[in-house]
Design a protein around this ligand. Structure first.
Ligand SMILES: *Cc1c(COP(=O)(O)O)cnc(C)c1O
Length: 416
């Protein structure tokens, strides 16, 4: 099979191929950037917008908050619609603020309300450390014991969780379950979890449900509102290409977003805008997710995202991007099956509905680090997780079929 020719034919047919030009791709022409699951590359538009806002700061100083093409005070607001569309939310269910871990804490203050009878939080075994620490510390903060209140669900067999594993774990907690906090996509295996099913099971048990979408936002199609999640949070520097430390996103289902009496950690940025600067000490949050904002947004780490989201809109949204992702995955699978075979195991599920852009490869014989280093030396940006997993992600925004071809060919060469 001539995969080089097949890749260029597929690139020729790719209606999103031109978007690659919008990004600064590390490594130049020879580089292959497959690590957008960790930090997306710079969209040139992000740099332009930050430069413009820097100039505005130089020229207008404090007036920049309310003047110019993009008043800083409404910068997060200006991205509400495209952000909501990307996660399948109503616009008033979404806010941009802080960063992911901080937002998980703020959301747990509202959505984890333990009582002596109902106090357990269900997470996955080997959750991303930050998520684990959030939950553990929130449990202790409320005077409960993580030993009994923190419940972990592990795969009954194999590497990935089945729906049954999760549903059974929820059922086993019974009336003691207060909250389910799971990822939309598991960061290590790349598995997509069945979010609608999880939400239904959690609610049936009388618990709340929240999702960490760090690896899902900007990667797969999401329908947070229809799936009936209570809340969700994500970072924007992975698949959403907002840059290191860029502003985080939150979703709060309408039924809570509009409930201004809900318990929260308040700050003046969560006070409704029209009277915020009257400096009255009565807290009045708007009936939207913005009522969870706390302090002045980090303007430059928010402005970068404006430039990035424009490209998602231009691409036609997640449905169009997902269609290309699936083509990239199918092509990659075909090449891996043919050229690498079982020399390298794939821990990401095979079924397309159970995966996003990431493929996690398990290298046998303790050669994981070595294979990773050879990849890096060849200009292929990927990621190695102790002890032997290499993760790559193909972004439909800037990765080509030729990138896939060169990646798998190199991998086959290294493990041969
Ligand atoms: C990337 C990631 C984080 C990072 O959190 P920050 O607060 O942005 O540093 C947290 N949780 C998960 C699951 C992640 O994938």
């Amino acid at each position: 099979m001539d995969y080089t020719a097949q890749a260029s034919r597929l690139d020729g047919l790719d209606s999103l191929a031109h978007l690659r030009e919008r990004f600064a791709l590390p490594g130049g022409e020879d580089g292959i950037y497959l690590i957008g699951n960790s930090l997306g590359p710079l969209p040139f538009a992000a740099r332009e917008i930050v430069d413009q806002e820097m100039d505005k700061w130089a020229e207008m100083g404090v007036h920049g908050h309310f003047s110019g093409e993009r008043p800083w005070v409404s910068l997060p607001e200006s991205m509400r619609d495209p952000m909501a569309a990307l996660v399948g939310a109503l616009p008033h269910e979404v806010a941009l603020m802080n960063s992911l871990t901080v937002n998980l804490h703020l959301l747990l203050i509202s959505f984890y309300q333990p009582t002596p009878d109902r106090f357990k939080i269900l997470v996955e075994d080997h959750a991303f450390p930050s998520d684990h620490f959030v939950v553990e510390s929130q449990i202790a903060l409320r005077g409960f014991d993580p030993e009994t209140a923190l419940v972990r669900v592990a795969p009954a067999g194999g590497e990935t969780l089945s729906s049954a594993d999760i549903i059974e774990a929820i059922a086993a907690c019974g009336d003691e379950l207060s909250l389910v906090l799971l990822p939309g996509i598991q960061y290590y295996t790349g598995q997509v979890l069945p979010m609608a099913e999880i939400a239904a099971a959690a609610h049936a048990a009388g618990a709340k449900v929240g999702f960490d979408l760090a690896h899902a936002a900007g990667n797969i199609e999401l329908s947070l509102h229809d799936w009936d999640a209570d809340f969700a949070a994500w970072c924007t520097y992975k698949y959403l290409n907002g840059g290191p430390g860029s502003v985080g996103g939150i979703f709060i289902h309408e039924r809570y977003a509009t409930d201004t009496s809900l318990h929260r950690l308040a700050g003046w940025w969560g006070h409704e805008l029209s009277t915020r600067f009257e400096m009255d000490n009565t807290f009045v949050p708007p009936p939207t997710a913005d009522g969870w904002m706390v302090s002045t947004p980090a303007t430059f780490s928010t402005a970068t995202l404006v430039g990035s989201l424009e490209i998602f809109v231009e691409a036609g949204g997640m449905a169009a991007l997902r269609a290309k992702t699936e083509q990239l995955l199918v092509f990659c699978d075909q090449m891996l099956d043919d050229l690498v075979g079982d020399k390298i195991a794939r821990i990401t599920p095979r079924e397309l509905e159970q995966r996003g852009s990431q493929i996690s490869l398990e290298v046998g014989g303790g050669r994981g680090k070595e294979v990773f280093e050879s990849m890096e030396a060849a200009g292929i940006y990927c990621d190695w997780r102790y002890p032997n997993v290499i993760r790559v992600a193909f972004s439909p925004l800037y990765n080509s079929f030729s990138d896939v071809e060169r990646f798998v060919s190199k991998l086959a060469e290294i493990v041969a």
